[in-house]
Design a binder for this molecule. Structure first.
Ligand code: HEC
Length: 152
């Protein structure tokens, strides 16, 4: 019995070690700072820091990877969220969106922050600075609403 458990453990360990050779691709394309959402719209500092600490890791090319992003299969799961987040809305290439799309994204940002859908709960477990207070959510959504009105 003991030796079977030992063998199973060895197999699991071997698989884990092999997985470590399949890291994720963290390279990002070069982008113009002038295409970046925050550079274009220049929100007040408190709002800018909310975007940076709660959204930019997944919705821009400016991702700060945690140490455990070097461990598979955790890294695959993280990178999946990042890829999906960027695909959904990329703040680093904001300039490429049409005025209509940009307005639609602002509307969605307000909605998902209001409803506490974003940042993703799995992200705030490990990023305490991204756990938004009611005031922070209001600051972000008020600013985004004003921006929408000023564009019309
Ligand atoms: C951990 C990564 C992560 C973080 C952090 C994050 N997002 Fe997301 N976001 C995603 C993913 C993945 C999706 C697509 C899947 C989904 O809608 O759940 C998404 C979708 C969205 C969408 C589209 C929603 C829709 O209904 O189509 C908006 C808008 C959005 N996020 C805004 C934000 C804002 C604003 C922040 C910061 C307050 C933020 N996100 C933080 C990963 C993230």
């Amino acid at each position: 019995m003991k030796s079977i458990l030992f063998k199973i453990l060895m197999v699991v360990l071997a698989v884990f070690i092999v997985l470590q050779f399949f890291g994720v691709d963290k390279t990002v394309p070069e982008t113009e700072p002038s295409a970046d959402f925050l550079n274009i719209h220049q929100p007040p500092e408190n709002v800018e820091s909310i975007f940076r600490s709660a959204c930019y890791d997944c919705h821009s090319y400016e991702t700060t990877y945690p140490w455990y992003s070097n461990i598979q299969p955790v890294a695959w799961w993280l990178q999946d969220h990042i890829d999906e987040g960027r695909e959904e809305m990329n703040l680093s290439t904001w300039q490429n969106y049409t005025a209509e799309d940009a307005d639609h994204y602002l509307e969605e940002m307000i909605e998902v922050v209001d409803e506490e859908e974003m940042p993703l709960p799995s992200y705030t477990w490990t990023h305490s600075e991204a756990r938004l207070t009611d005031q922070q959510r209001d600051a972000l959504t008020d600013w985004a609403s004003e921006l929408r009105t000023s564009k019309q």
